[in-house]
Design a protein around this ligand. Structure first.
Ligand code: TRP
Length: 449
């Protein structure tokens, strides 16, 4: 297996996984709902105290195990190897996330194409267009979803270097350039200074205990943690890569892009006096799509650039959700990459269609569980249950099960002795598990703070 990343390829691929719809949609939405910049500071703090710790933990498992998730856990567990190898199956959470994520990618594709020609002129019309895509007929949603999903699987079928790395190496810089252009253009609006103030000048009174846990959940999701993605990419890490600086770079790129996305989105929200606390898909597919129309011809260019940026961000993330399972099938079951992709594609395609049919008027009832559409069931099950549990298992494994000497040998050269001790004893063994348990309990409604 010489299919390894180059150093820059690794950084861009992991950054590509991290930067996704989470930054473009969850991040601005949550920032808007939690009063702006104080929430961002909190998100930074939790990213460094918890997510970054877990991120390095996943890198350790991948780098030292050097195999697919199941086999890496098996190799690294000193005892109960078969039982621990099952922890690798958290990769299935990645497939469940992919199933609804690729549906959203389909919506974005549709918006990219149509926004070049027509944009809704008022809020009511914009809401109707979005609702028609979901509820009136599943044909467009299914067609766009199929195109996006086939594209992702095509890339993954090409392998690490000529598929995943190659894509990230041009798509990530392209995304960045598009975003910089949009930020620069936003600067010409009055809304920009309001947006910058909203995102950069902290207002601590807007924070409450709910924000803390919300920020932690976001820090988890945007760094793609708890579903073996980072571990799988780290198994193809080139020798002698400085794990600490690469990880810091990735985390930095991730928050930077979140803020840039936020600046653009909120400039238009403030410019046209829309509601920054508008939730869910509403912010992008309904408000923003309509606000762009107020800019005339340039609005079409901007809308097209904006949705294209989202496509880039989403593709590089989506492929990172399927790669762990594909890699596992190839390594442990010795089947070809193409076949592995076909199997995983079939599984996620069926679930994706079920997500679409759960919103479509005529079939909604059959594709809902206890009145909740299948899409939302998958979203809930993954982000509120499976990801925190997966994260906790990884923290416990690296902090208490793996041989400490192995982890020390990998990290101490980059962190120094003191840095390693703080990371290992304070952050990994105490702060992270407690924080993860708190989010999980609160999300499940067991803890009411
Ligand atoms: N981090 C991505 C985002 O912000 C989403 C993502 C990619 C992800 N891979 C993942 C989330 C694995 C959880 C697990 O959109």
């Amino acid at each position: 297996m010489n299919d390894k990343f180059s150093k820059i390829g690794f950084i861009l691929a992991v950054a590509g996984s991290a930067v996704g719809l989470g930054n473009a949609w969850k991040f601005p939405t949550l920032v808007g709902q939690n009063g702006g910049s104080a929430f961002i500071l909190l998100y930074f703090l939790l990213t460094f105290l918890v997510s970054f710790v877990l991120f390095i933990g996943e890198i350790c498992i991948g780098r030292i195990g050097e195999s697919d998730p199941v086999d890496s856990f098996r190799r690294l567990a000193p005892t109960h190897k078969e039982a621990w190898s099952k922890a690798g199956f958290f990769m299935i959470s990645g497939l469940l996330i992919y199933s609804f994520y690729s549906v959203v990618m389909g919506w974005i594709l549709k918006y990219t194409i149509t926004s070049a020609f027509s944009l809704p002129s008022d809020m009511a019309q914009s809401g109707e267009i979005f609702s028609a895509l979901l509820k009136d007929s599943p044909v467009v949603a299914i067609a766009c979803f199929s195109v996006m999903s086939l594209t992702c699987f095509y890339i993954v079928s090409r392998g690490i270097k000529s598929g995943i790395e190659r894509l990230n190496v041009w798509m990530m810089p392209a995304l960045f350039i598009l975003l910089v252009l949009m930020v620069v253009y936003s600067m010409s609006f009055d809304g920009f200074s309001k947006s910058a103030k909203f995102l950069l000048v902290p207002d601590f009174s807007a924070l409450n205990s709910k924000s803390v846990l919300e920020a932690l959940g976001l820090a988890f999701f945007t760094l793609s943690l708890g579903v073996t993605t980072i571990m799988t990419y780290a198994a193809s890490l080139p020798e002698r890569t400085n794990i600490l600086t690469s990880s810091l770079n990735i985390v930095f790129i991730n928050v930077m892009i979140g803020i840039m996305m936020g600046l653009v989105v909120f400039t238009f929200i403030f410019e046209f006096n829309a509601d920054p606390a508008q939730s869910g898909p509403g912010l992008i597919f309904v408000s923003l799509a309509m606000l762009f129309s107020k800019l005339g011809a340039i609005g079409h260019v901007l809308a097209f650039a904006f949705f294209l940026t989202l496509i880039f961000a989403a593709i590089t993330s989506a492929i990172s959700m399927i790669e762990p399972s594909v890699y596992y099938l190839v390594k442990s079951h010795k089947i070809s990459r193409l076949r592995a992709c076909a199997i995983v594609f079939a599984f996620t395609y069926v679930l994706g269609i079920a997500c679409i049919l759960g919103y479509y008027g005529a079939t909604a009832d059959s594709f809902s569980i206890l009145g909740t559409p299948f899409f939302d069931v998958l979203d809930y099950a993954t982000s509120k249950i499976l990801m925190p549990i997966g994260g906790l298992v990884i923290v416990v494994f690296v902090g208490f099960v793996m041989r400490k000497e192995a982890v020390h040998a990998l990290l101490a050269p980059y962190m120094g002795e003191l840095g390693f001790k703080i990371w290992y004893f304070v952050l990994l063994r105490c702060v992270s598990p407690v924080a993860i348990i708190l989010i999980a309990l609160r999300e499940l409604g067991i803890l009411r703070i």
